[in-house]
Every structure is written in structure tokens, then in C-alpha cells.
Design a protein around this ligand. Structure first.
Ligand code: 6CS
Length: 339
């Protein structure tokens, strides 16, 4: 009988061991988003999944909006470790982490795309201050990114806070958004996303706010007559991991996640170039009667001044911790805009 080469045996066992360890450590990570796969959060999550799967044996299973419940439901599942990753926007996280509402404050974030992108990439408030606040709630904050300028849909045109008197405008379930729309003269109506279209259709509410791509993709324009830009905010969202899960990962897996987050960040920012204009064009084609209004500075100033006290309300709601966040955010914005 021919004797087996010990070299070959050794090489085979090493290969078998490597394969076995890959199989043992390869996991399927569950990642829930608040939007569909073709909307901005879905584009982000898909890129994240592609990078993870191309660079490891792991799989990422994405759960779009509606498959696991509302935003607050998926957050609970992420905190409980049923999900490994979750995308939740500060408009909902505000009830869990009040300081996250700093991103909802009107007329704080810059309007220029290059400045917004610089802020989200380099801001100390996001990279150094917020992670501890999320960690207290069992979450590893991985990133925050912008989803576009927020527009307000209504049934009738408005130019001043007085025009919004008695108008019910749906907001995400954040107390600070309620304060903001009260200061804008409207009747703020916090609702989970799943109830918004029906509430507009049945005229329980008359308006809502969201970035243009979302007004188009969710067909908000079918139940709205006017889409107004008062230049008050940029929609911000955040991606987190369950903290126990994240802390238990190997250094290689943590580096893999960071690589996927970085690549998805770059990808989602370039994906959004031109998205607002494309969405406007699609809305005009689908429903030519919808009116688009962009308020001039002499009208915007009325909303800016009316909502100035919201900053003090934020500090009342969040105390010293919120005050420190606000100060750091203002320093970060100075670095991003030079003003
Ligand atoms: O308004 C909302 O509730 C939703 N808006 C966006 C852009 N993403 C998810 C969120 O649920």
C-alpha cells in the first residue's frame, strides 16, 4: 500500500479545520429598516449587506418596513437581541434617548449638501458624544446619515405660521417635533408611519413632513395638494447594533462591520445626488396638479423666529447632557460651515 504523504494530510486537515471554523462562525445577521429596500435606508442596508457578504462567510437578512412592525417595535427587538442591526430615525428614538432630538431642531442643520455631508462624516457629537447615550440603552451606534431636505405636504398653501392655524400636521412621535410644529402655528399630530396615509386619506390630518424621495415613493402626493419647502431641516437617521451582540464579536468582525458602514455611508451619499430633483419630476409626471412652493427668505424668517424657543425647550427636556450635546453640535456645525 502506498504511504500517504504527511504533508498532504496536514494540508488537508488544516483546510478542513479552516472550513469547519468558517461554518461554525458564519452567522446570519438580522437588520431591520424603517423603509422599503428601494428607499434610502434600504439602499444603505443593501450596500452594507453586499460588503459583509463579499468579505466574510456571514449573511445579512434585511427586514423592510412592515415586516416586523412599526419603528418602535423593531427598536425593542434590537434592544432584546432578536435583531442584530436596526435603522431608526431620531424622530422615533427621541422617546428613548431625548438627546437624539437635537437632529430635529428646526433651522440648525445647514442646507448646503457639501456642508451636511462634512458634518455627518466628521462631527464629534455623532462620533464621540452619542455612542455613550446609545450604549446606555443597549445599542452600539454605528452611524448617522442624512436622507434629504424635509418638505411639508398640506391641502392648502401656507406662507406664515398664522396660515397653519388649526392645520393638523403629522409628525414622528418625538416631543420636540410636537413643540416645533406648535411653534410653526400648526396642530402637531404624532403618529407611527403606518397610520399616515390613511389619516391623510380620511382627512383626520391635513399634512405631514418628509424628504421629497419619501413623499414620492410612498405616494404622499396622492393625498396632498401642496408640497412646501420652508428650509427647516434635513431628515437624519441612525444605524445601530445590539450592544451585547456587538461587544461579543471578534476584532475581525468589528472591522468588517466598520468597513461595511464606511462603504455604505459613501454609497448612500452619492446615491442621493439628484434624488430630490428626480423625485419632483416623478411627482409632476404622476400628478401634474400638485403645487410646489419654496418660501422666500422673507417668509422663512417668520418660521425661524417663531421656532427659536424650541432650542430652550430641547435643553429643558434633556438637561445638562442635552446642553453639552447642543454645544458640541454647534461647534461641529461651525467646523462644517465656517459660520
Ligand atoms: O416619517 C416617517 O415616519 C418615516 N420617514 C422616513 C423618511 N423614513 C422612515 C420614517 O418612518
Amino acid at each position: 500500500m502506498r504511504k500517504k504523504s504527511p504533508g498532504l494530510t496536514t494540508r488537508l486537515s488544516v483546510a478542513a479545520l479552516a472550513l469547519a471554523s468558517l461554518q461554525v462562525s458564519a452567522a446570519t445577521w438580522k437588520y431591520a429598516i424603517e423603509e422599503s429596500l428601494t428607499e434610502v435606508q434600504g439602499v444603505y442596508a443593501t450596500r452594507f449587506k453586499e460588503v459583509v457578504e463579499a468579505n466574510s462567510g456571514h449573511k445579512v437578512q434585511i427586514y423592510p418596513f412592515g415586516t416586523l412592525g412599526e419603528s418602535v417595535d423593531v427598536m425593542e427587538q434590537a434592544q432584546a437581541g432578536i435583531l442584530q442591526f436596526v435603522d431608526q430615525s431620531p424622530g422615533f428614538t427621541g422617546s428613548l434617548i431625548p438627546e437624539a432630538q437635537v437632529f430635529l431642531m428646526p433651522y440648525v442643520l445647514p442646507e448646503k449638501k457639501s456642508e451636511i455631508n462634512y458634518f455627518f462624516k466628521n462631527s464629534k457629537v455623532i462620533n464621540e458624544h452619542f455612542p455613550a447615550l446609545y450604549a446606555d440603552k443597549g445599542l452600539e451606534l454605528l452611524t448617522m446619515f442624512p436622507e434629504g431636505r424635509v418638505h411639508i405636504t398640506t391641502q392648502k398653501p401656507f406662507e406664515t405660521p398664522a396660515d397653519l392655524d388649526g392645520v393638523k400636521v403629522r409628525v414622528m412621535t418625538s416631543p420636540l417635533l410636537v413643540e416645533t410644529y406648535r411653534s410653526f402655528g400648526a396642530v402637531p399630530t404624532p403618529l407611527p408611519w403606518g397610520e399616515v396615509f390613511g389619516a391623510l386619506q380620511t382627512k383626520m390630518i391635513q399634512g405631514q413632513e418628509n424628504p421629497m424621495f419619501y413623499i414620492e415613493s410612498t405616494k404622499m402626493y396622492e393625498v396632498s395638494e401642496v408640497i412646501t419647502d420652508i428650509g427647516h431641516n434635513i431628515f437624519t437617521t441612525a444605524v445601530m447594533a445590539n450592544k451585547d451582540f456587538y461587544d461579543g464579536l471578534s476584532d475581525d468582525d468589528k472591522a468588517l462591520i466598520q468597513k461595511a458602514i464606511d462603504e455604505a455611508n459613501d454609497y448612500v451619499l452619492s446615491y442621493q445626488q439628484g434624488l430630490e430633483n428626480d423625485s419632483v419630476a416623478r411627482i409632476k409626471a404622476a400628478r401634474p396638479g400638485v403645487r410646489f412652493v419654496s418660501l422666500d427668505e422673507d417668509k422663512r424668517v417668520l418660521f425661524r423666529e417663531a421656532s427659536a424657543p424650541v432650542k430652550a425647550r430641547f435643553v429643558e427636556m434633556t438637561g445638562d447632557s442635552g446642553k453639552a450635546i447642543l454645544e458640541q453640535m454647534e461647534a461641529d456645525l461651525l467646523a462644517a460651515t465656517g459660520k
